[in-house]
Ligand binder design. Sequence first.
Ligand SMILES: Nc1ncnc2c1ncn2[C@@H]1O[C@H](COP(=O)(O)OP(=O)(O)OP(=O)(O)O)[C@@H](O)[C@H]1O
Ligand SMILES: [Mg+2]
Length: 512
Amino acid sequence: MIGKIVGGSVGEKVIIRIKSGERVDVGDILIAEDKETKEKFFLKVVNINISSLIARQFIEEMAGQNLESGEDFEIFDSQERFYRLCEAKVLKIKRDGKFYPPRTIPNFFTDVRKIEKEDLDFIKQEGEIPIGHLRLGTKKVSEIKINLPANKLISHHMLVVAATGKGKSNFAKVFLSGLLELGEYSAVVFDPHNEYYGGKGTKGLKHHHLNNRILYISPKAREIPGAEELKIHVEDLEPDDFFGIADLSQAQQEALSLLKKKYNENWIKHLLEEKIEKLIEEFDKKVSGVTFATLRRKMQHVLELDESGRGLVFTIEKREDTSIYNIIKQGIKQRKIIIIDTSSVGEEAEKIIASSILNKLFTSYRYAKQKDEVEFNNLPEVLVVFEEAPRVLGKEVLAKGVNVFEKIAREGRKFKIGLCAITQMPSLIPAEILSQMNTKVILGLPAPADRKAVINSSAQNISDEDVEIQILDMGEALVTSPFVKFPLPVKIFKFEEQIKRLQKDVPDIAIG
Ligand SMILES: Nc1ncnc2c1ncn2[C@@H]1O[C@H](COP(=O)(O)OP(=O)(O)OP(=O)(O)O)[C@@H](O)[C@H]1O
Ligand SMILES: [Mg+2]
């Protein structure tokens, strides 16, 4: 026994007096067991106070004496008079082997103990994607592995948030490794730092033992065996790929739609190569020369095209072989994890690459659902991983128009497409979009505005965990989700170690 209940109320916190010499940290999970009702309360420590029955002024005086005169003092019954109180929230109540929401609290003087492995046996039955060990405060519990369920969780979207260097990309790689093991899901990862596939010095998904189901697409594919070249022919682009992504006025957006209507797949080619006077004439002066000239400049800039209409990724050349979109579609059908290296293009080009790929993916899933149920049922749930998500889901961008990322956030669930939005600054994303991200993997977040945005949009109440979220260290996470029983404190696996573990294929991985 480490403490006793001394106060509290439902909906607030319970107060526990801690036995002298016992150590309790914020984030610890404790058990209060009512001997009469046999109810087991799962409590989570959210704050710790030092307290005393002696009035504060006497304590100050005693400290002063000791400081100023060096005089030592003996306190009669000091262990009883000076003690720690901890505030804890009730996570769940277990009664007759079942879990219930916290509608009551334990009584005065109920014994409180530390959690034991057996108390957490139920966590093992949850899910199939191992992400880390249970964490109590800062201590990892090596015997208990935490899994997330893949089914549904993916298409109900995920948010991975943390300050820089706290382990967002590491988590994403660990999660993707788990998806690979399962073999029924697919993912599309947009990788602006080229850190997911792995290279000579760095470990990535290519070091996973099932790397034959990874498809790597890069502008530098020629140097890498098995990789596909990231090449996009502008004839495959649609005006929609630019809306809500590129900085375009209303008039410019309308002009793009008109161009598409008139020239079909050659719309960008005409915009880039036709004489401006000719364009004005062709459109009966409905579009001004200035608009065409500006659009032409923007198009060249965004797609990073040179004078001849060629760039690293985009080109006006006619497509001769299979488009990259078909290669991706094939990969998804084969349950592959597709990594798209956008590290050598600028941010604008990267966003257009992602938006055009996702528009085609979204359309094909939606079409399948409407037209061909058998085909739709055969398609895997697919997770779209996007780093620095406010670039496409920020309030500022979305004010300019709906883009495909927002469409997926709002409706993707119906079509088995989930978003894994990674960001350092969730406060930049509109609240409604944040609350669509049902599963949140929260690593350390020092900024109050960001914590508030995440806490307010979580499926489970985590307002008491504000302090914990603030002080989470690298790789320490709190995972909230409608698909887990309570917000799970986790120490995320280090990716490099996890792929070794998966390779050894230790049997307890599936259950632990
Ligand atoms: N769970 C973990 N266990 C051990 N080390 C970790 C863990 N998570 C991250 N690290 C280490 O911390 C460093 C930063 O991790 P990572 O790149 O994932 O951070 P990030 O949040 O994606 O940062 P950035 O904002 O720069 O993208 C890496 O060297 C990684 O190996
Ligand atoms: Mg990162």
